[in-house]
Ligand binder design. Structure first.
Ligand code: OMP
Length: 233
């Protein structure tokens, strides 16, 4: 496998050094027990926020330049997506003010507000605009489906999704038998909505980059987890 590009390698190192990417034993939303966990809520220190916003911005710029992504608004689903989308918008304008100086951000409320300005959305109105969803992790894709539904209800057009980590896992089997091969959440979302989805890091990237940064035991357990749960696409 090719070495990680410099911005991905920097981001992985910052995530491990900052304790955002942890190794151990963690129960996921899906109930799978994972030897690693990425908690985007832990990017709360200024230098870590800089690291993640730089990585999102570089990933978005790369996707934009490749012609696969065009957008007007960066949308962060509540709660964890909110600081990520806001910081990414700020970083985009810092890195390339001419292209991204007028890009907007927006996010949703978990509870609808019925007084004051009301509504479910804070920030730029979504109606008729191309929306880029910025979120933390894709495992089964449920959280992204909810965000897409909210955006479409507001009249926005979902242009794409950028996440910090694609865990590359097969969707949980309907019959509970996880030993069979299966498609990924990312692949299914791409097909279902016809939108491009980008990840700063994938599980393959983590395994490639963690050697030297994590213990050989953690590398081995993460490889075993990948062998068990990696999707076919
Ligand atoms: P889905 O793609 O909808 O399953 O959502 C993934 C969600 O799982 C994230 O938004 C987190 O709440 C949580 N999660 C992590 O934050 N980090 C991980 O490494 C793994 C998970 C997870 O539970 O799968």
């Amino acid at each position: 496998m090719a070495a990680l590009s410099p911005y991905k390698a920097d981001f992985l190192k910052a995530s491990i050094d900052g304790g955002v990417l942890k190794f151990g034993s963690f129960e996921l939303k899906s109930k799978r027990i994972s030897p690693y966990f990425f908690n985007a809520g832990d990017f709360y220190r200024a230098d870590l926020l800089q690291a993640i916003s730089t990585a999102y911005a570089k990933c978005i710029i790369e996707a934009h330049k490749s012609g696969q992504l065009d957008f007007d608004i960066v949308f962060g689903p509540a709660y964890k997506g909110i600081p990520l989308a806001t910081a990414a918008t700020d970083k985009l304008a810092q890195l390339d003010p001419e292209t991204y100086g007028k890009i907007c951000y927006s996010f949703d409320r978990k509870e609808a507000k019925d007084h004051g300005e009301g509504g479910n959305i804070v920030g730029a109105p979504l109606k008729g605009k191309r929306i880029l969803i910025v979120d933390d992790v894709i495992t089964a894709g449920t959280a992204k489906r909810e965000a897409i539904a909210k955006i479409e209800k507001e009249g926005g057009i979902v242009a794409g999704i950028v996440v910090a980590l694609d865990r590359m896992e097969k969707l949980p089997a309907a019959d509970g038998d996880d030993s069979k091969p299966g498609p990924s959440a990312m692949g299914e979302l791409r097909k279902e909505y016809g939108i491009p989805i980008f990840a700063i890091l994938t599980l393959d990237d983590i395994i490639e980059g963690m050697r030297g940064l994590a213990s050989p035991g953690d590398v081995k357990k993460t490889e075993e987890y990948r062998a068990k749960y990696k999707a076919t696409d």
